[in-house]
Design a protein around this ligand. Structure first.
Ligand SMILES: NC(=O)c1ccc[n+]([C@@H]2O[C@H](COP(=O)([O-])OP(=O)(O)OC[C@H]3O[C@@H](n4cnc5c(N)ncnc54)[C@H](O)[C@@H]3O)[C@@H](O)[C@H]2O)c1
Length: 254
């Protein structure tokens, strides 16, 4: 392992870390020596993921968190500090996707998406800020989406939340660089997780992916891990405010 990628004795919070992309990134960071807080609204699954991570020889805890609640996020930070005494890395990943035709979208649906996908990222970033500022170092990785760069049909709230995450990323990068805090965003294309399971079963969707994505397939969660480790580590020490697509080439022609 290159020393710049070493995450030994670092502490990372991964929101939505019990499954899917969050779990893959949590395990990937742990394989590089990082201690992990698996923060998720599904506590049982988070505990199972923690057991898998502990087998890698690092420390890990599960914390039940609803990222759309500032109080719940603050409690999660308290538990993290109680166990690990520091926070080096935050991966803002917890999110939901509920497609709805724009003309039928209810205010409650819009609000829920914005609360989890956008405010959740803000609450977590604000909550880790004092600790990262104190140690004059920290890195925040926001999982956005290519939907924040180019719209998905019938997904106004999701698209808007992800576009806003991109601008939140740039603002954090600009405002907090002076404190040694870096912030970058990853924009995945379509990856095979619980979020996309039903869509990926659909023949028309499969054909669309084959036609639209130059690599002609969805990504596997494992294929996002190298980028997350890179952004979490000192290997990316001169990167902040960057918005990186990882999408099998889909956005080349969008
Ligand atoms: N899978 C894809 O194709 C894809 C593409 C682009 C972006 N993304 C983004 O990647 C992230 C992870 O997605 P995934 O595909 O792994 O989905 P997933 O549904 O498998 O995982 C999302 C996780 O977030 C958790 N979560 C949901 N609401 C929460 C809340 N209020 N508080 C705390 N945790 C909550 C869920 O319990 C789950 O563990 C999301 O932000 C998603 O928008 C996914």
């Amino acid at each position: 392992m290159l020393s710049e990628f070493n995450l030994k004795n670092k502490v990372a919070i991964v929101t939505g870390g019990c499954r899917g992309l969050g779990k893959a990134m949590a395990i990937g960071l742990a394989k590089h020596g990082c201690n992990i807080v698996v923060s998720d609204i599904i506590y049982d699954e988070a505990c199972k993921t923690v057991k898998e991570i502990q087998k890698l020889g690092v420390k890990a805890i599960a914390v039940k968190t609803d990222v759309s609640s500032k109080e719940s996020v603050e409690d999660m930070i308290k538990e993290t500090m109680k166990k690990f005494k520091k926070i080096d890395i935050l991966i803002n990943n917890a999110g939901i996707y509920r497609p709805t035709p724009l003309e039928l979208m209810k205010k409650e649906e819009w609000d829920k998406m914005m609360k989890i996908n956008l405010e959740g990222y803000l609450f977590c970033a604000q909550a880790v800020f004092p600790y990262m500022k104190k140690q004059k170092k920290g890195t925040i990785i926001n999982i956005a989406s290519i939907a924040g760069l180019s719209s998905f049909a019938s997904s106004a709230a999701y698209n808007a939340s992800k576009a806003a995450i991109i601008m939140l990323t740039k603002t954090i990068a600009q405002d907090w660089a002076k404190y040694g805090i870096r912030c970058n965003a990853i924009c995945p294309g379509v990856f095979a997780t619980a979020m996309t399971k039903n869509m990926l079963k659909d023949k028309t969707f499969q054909q669309m992916i084959k036609a639209a994505v130059p690599l002609q397939r969805p990504g596997k969660p494992q294929e996002l891990v190298g980028l997350a480790v890179y952004l979490a580590s000192d290997a990316s020490s001169y990167m902040t405010g960057s918005i990186i697509t990882i999408d099998g080439g889909w956005t080349c022609h969008l």
